[in-house]
Ligand binder design. Sequence first.
Ligand code: XMP
Length: 518
Amino acid sequence: MSTHDRLLIIDFGSQVTQLIARRLRELNVYCEIHPYQNVTDAFLADFAPKAVIFSGGPASVLDEGSPRPPEGVFALGVPILGICYGQQVMMQMLGGRVERGHGTAEFGRAYVTPSAERIDLLKGWFAQDREQVWMSHGDHVAEIAPGFTVYGTSPNAPFAITADLSRNFFAVQFHPEVHHTPNGKTLYENFVRLAGFTGDWTMGAYREEAIRKIREQVGDAKVICGLSGGVDSSVAAVLIHEAIGDQLTCVFVDHGLLRLNEAEEVVAMFRDNYNIPLIHADESDLFLGALEGVSDPEVKRKTIGKLFIDVFQKHAAEVGGAEFLAQGTLYPDVIESVSFSGGPSVTIKSHHNVGGLPEKMGLKLVEPLRELFKDEVRALGHELGLPASFIGRHPFPGPGLAIRCPGEISREKLEILRKADAVYIDQIRKHGLYDEIWQAFVAILPVRTVGVMGDGRTYDYACALRAVTSVDGMTADYYPFTHDFLGETATRIINEVKGINRVTYDITSKPPGTIEWE
Ligand code: XMP
């Protein structure tokens, strides 16, 4: 059990519930999101929250069987903040009344003005006469529950901000967690302060606690960890090594589809800087052999995925008697999302970097990053002393360069691709753009084109540059490089990389495209 003050977010299915957690984590408050179906009185007793937040959600409290928290939550004696649907459910359960839309629906930007004396929740609010907030509601509160007072109104939400100060219950109709409520973070800050949180959720504290938990879980058993060279598995490995030392062995599978010098860099970092036992499995012949003649993207992915498991399993057997498999699973991968269509069941998105292995090998999982968001993993990486250049690396897909080489893969094409990619990334770094971009890479196209260099004709490959901005990889925009940058980069690639005589820039966003080409 965590020793931190804990805040419970009860999820009613809002698209932005995760943002509530983000805002709170930024305030050094430890919180967890749990779907309302799982929150029973017994759960509450066990979790012992210091405060509770009800998220928004797509349902109507007026519908039969719509989501509710357990009655017991109101008897915990801790502060509660209800947001949007969370406000409506609170009002309905505590004796107020909610009505259907009928012209009072509000979607988008709205302005709230104060309607009573300032309360602690609103410290720092209304420096101007009004605050911009983000609304997204059909139903509205028609009558507030006994004991509540209105502290802010908007044209279509007469009860935009309400509170029962005697019980520290607060309820707002808008979403303070989204960017379009610019002063929203202050509201969360006020809420956690009045709830008595001390802001004890720091990476230093997390590191200590995670190490203690890993030792407790693993005892003196052996652990194996599949290293991909990405940030998540690297941070997990370094953390676990700090906890259990040589009981950990890492396996780095080189499938021959890595970027220029990538294998050497990863292996050197782990062997030289951390002295972590590492099996460097150079299996490029095996992978590239199996991929010969394969051009279908799904067949490529499946071939690589299956071989990866075989190879990992073979090398893990060398460790002998490992009981645990370590993975860099993150919090967004494990949050249980509320499913309204399928009744009370929940959908759990689980993420297995080495899919299927735990079951196949009878291994238990160690996942020390399960509570963290990506930027927190990066902060933990800094805390553990991983080089900044490594922590900030762009994501790299498991199937590697195979999916950046549309059509058939050959060693020749991979060599060309590696060189072009290195020049492109070098350009991006030189221009100081690397950290602004979510991911950038070159794809080598399965087409050769005619060119002229010096006095000679060339007949070489064309390539496409890709660069996108994104928050989570789910959606993405292409990066708006200047023409100067693109021109200079194309010239460098064509001059420095033998085998490419034409450079294009991919200006497709996601959707409709995907980030990778396959
Ligand atoms: P797409 O191409 O689907 O990619 O828009 C979204 C993000 O996921 C990465 N990606 C993968 N990562 N294994 C991974 O570990 C994969 O099979 C895989 N496919 C895509 C991609 O690089 C981007 O960051």
